[in-house]
Design a protein around this ligand. Structure first.
Ligand code: AHM
Ligand code: MG
Length: 291
């Protein structure tokens, strides 16, 4: 699946640890920014989505902190058109505030990150580690690294392990599909019809929280190809690759309909992809259905 490092010895492995700890340490400031910057700014991000003041502040905070780490060579984010570079070896791609349209109703939100050995745009098999934070009732962090997935509680930016081997439960329970039913393709609609008789609908509008439900209860999350938008909504580099790395490391599968999301080599930094993540069997059936 993905690359792994000899994490105990290499300098790169130390940088990976430093990046993860720095992101954790930045979360109290991000939580404050979410509260302070609830109002909307009049801007759009490089893929044309509304950009909130909180999105911009979270991006600024992570850019400053992550680029300040010695071994980090570049910072890319959903909120900026170009990659920001410096000297170093590892490359960070982030969605600083995922699910920010949930800010208005005060619902789930988070941060997604991928640590790559090559500068984005690049293939997901170049990931060395990936993770996400949820700013929920508690702040939690899930990190995939060296084939293992851990969940932490963050307190004042410090990590405390609560599960040192997160795996996708064998018996799936939940599903969450984005896009309106009327915008789905006929093939996806018939798959969804099948799934809705087997699983319980849990869709929160923030991928971080919806993916965490799949990790917790088993099931499938998708933002599929739409009739009017075959490329779907979510971005390869900032959302697809990191979440695929996490799900695959936890024993699940990822797909763009044909192949693992990690196989996608985006032409552009902000390329989008249809995205399906969950238990093996559910993804196998999805791929067979939408062929
Ligand atoms: P964002 O990164 O701009 O916040 O958008 C991504 C979010 C995902 O977290 C979520 O799965 C999806 O957009 C929800 O979209 P919708 O509101 O169309 O259901
Ligand atoms: Mg996002």
């Amino acid at each position: 699946m993905s690359k792994s490092l000899d994490t105990s010895t290499t300098e790169a492995a130390q940088t990976v640890t430093e990046v993860i700890d720095t992101i954790a340490a930045t979360t109290p400031d991000v939580r404050r920014a979410v509260a302070d910057y609830r109002g909307q700014s009049n801007s759009v991000n490089p893929t044309g989505d509304d950009q909130l003041a909180a999105d911009l502040r979270a991006d600024e905070l992570f850019e400053q902190q992550v680029l300040g780490i010695d071994g980090v060579a570049s910072y890319a984010s959903e909120e900026r058109a170009a990659v920001k570079t410096t000297d170093g070896r590892l490359h960070i791609a982030m969605d600083p505030l995922d699910g920010s349209s949930n800010l208005e109703p005060n619902s789930g939100m988070g941060t997604i990150f991928g640590i790559y050995s090559e500068q984005p745009p690049t293939v997901g098999t170049n990931l060395l580690a990936a993770g996400f934070v949820i700013y929920g009732p508690i702040t939690s962090m899930v990190v995939a690294r060296d084939g293992n997935v851990r969940e932490y509680i963050l307190e004042d930016g410090d990590k405390r392990v609560v599960d040192d081997e997160v795996t996708v439960p064998e018996d799936p329970t939940v599903f969450g599909f984005g896009g309106g039913v009327d915008s789905w393709t006929d093939e996806f609609e018939s798959y969804a019809e099948e799934v809705r008789h087997e699983l319980k609908l849990r869709y929160g509008g923030a991928m971080v929280a919806d993916i965490n439900q799949v990790l917790t209860y088993g099931g499938i999350f998708s933002y599929p190809a739409l009739e009017s938008r075959p490329e779907g909504k979510l971005r390869v580099q900032f959302e697809g690759h990191p979440m695929a790395y996490i799900l695959e490391s936890a024993g699940g599968r990822s797909s763009d309909g044909d192949q693992s999301l990690l196989e996608i080599e985006p032409d552009g930094l902000h390329e989008r992809t249809p995205l399906y993540l969950g238990n093996d069997d559910l993804i196998d059936r999805l791929e067979a259905n939408i062929d």
